[in-house]
Design a protein. Sequence first.
Length: 113
Amino acid sequence: MLYDAVANTHGLTIDSFKALVAPRSIGWISKLGKNGIVNLAAYSFFNAVSEDPHFLMFGSDGRKDSQHQTLTRCSCGAPSRLVAPPRVKELPVAFECRYWRTIELPGRNGKRA
């Protein structure tokens, strides 16, 4: 089956793009806002993109509802060692990253979304 997301001729009732790209890592990304409030959000478009130097990236198609929420008790934030935002204590691995830059991708019409 050809999955043509642009022409939308794949015949599926819903856009299954996320389900077709697998396995897909989920990145739990925490951020410390200018107001001192910690935000934690899950990003399903998350992956390593370079080995030397190490780069991780995540993608988002807009702001997440979680940007208006603080860490909940279930998140059990643990202090980070290299960056200000806390990490999720229960996760077996935590990457402490510094922001490099944002790259805006074009929308379907070729213009910025």
